[in-house]
Design a protein around this ligand. Structure first.
Ligand code: 5GP
Length: 200
């Protein structure tokens, strides 16, 4: 085994406010880094245009989500802006056991649950260059009505305040750069202190 890299240290959580660009980063990792296994969450949210079942999410109704919760099939789950989202437990455990680097893109509440259940996991906060930029990106996406945007911005303020709970921060000024830094963090065999690109 490659020594200093314990199984749970291979689990990386990417979190950050809605609109910061997490899914763009994840899409780039899916495209350019097939060695990283991306967890596919279950959600009760309706698919956005271009999203497919089993790729971005498994889309479920409330009854199915209730069943997954009741049967303990989710590693973590949370309600976010009126919908529920959760990480299927079994595939994550299997990939970790096989030694693969695993990435979860989840919200702050989920990140906190992972911190409790798997303290060795690496928690990475994706931050916007500024609050104004975040607001602009969230509105510019044009996929959500105003009340949903307002809820996501309110959640975003709370998420931004939680940055110090994370092991490191990556500022999303450039998707390619963020992906390179994230991969470097995930595959660092020494498990050295994670380096942020804030103020560099
Ligand atoms: P969206 O609806 O924009 O795809 O996602 C909304 C929020 O839910 C994002 O912050 C995203 O990271 C989070 N999210 C996605 N999947 C999960 C999950 O499995 N668990 C938790 N806790 N949050 C998730």
């Amino acid at each position: 085994m490659d020594g200093d890299f314990s199984a749970s240290r291979r689990l990386t959580v990417l979190s950050g406010p809605s609109g910061v660009g997490k899914s763009t980063v994840v899409a780039e990792i899916r495209r350019a880094h097939p060695e990283v296994w991306l967890s596919v969450s279950v959600t009760t949210r309706k698919p956005r245009p271009g999203e497919s079942h089993g790729v971005e999410y498994f889309f479920a109704d409330d009854a199915e989500f209730d069943r997954l919760v009741a049967e303990g099939e989710l590693l973590e789950w949370a309600e976010f802006a009126g919908n529920r989202y959760g990480t299927p437990r079994r595939p994550v455990a299997e990939r970790l056991a096989a030694g693969a680097p695993v990435l979860l893109e989840i919200d702050l509440q989920g990140a906190r649950q992972v911190r409790r259940s798997m303290p060795e996991a690496l928690l990475v906060f994706l931050a916007p260059p500024s609050w104004e930029e975040l607001e602009k990106r969230l509105r510019g996406r044009g996929t959500e009505p105003e009340d949903v945007i307002a809820r996501r911005l309110a959640a975003g303020r709370i998420e931004m305040a939680a940055e110090p709970e994370f092991d490191t921060t990556l500022v999303n000024t450039n998707v390619h750069d963020v992906c390179l830094r994230l991969i470097a963090l995930m595959t660092d065999p020494q498990g050295v202190t994670p380096v942020s690109n804030r103020e560099v």
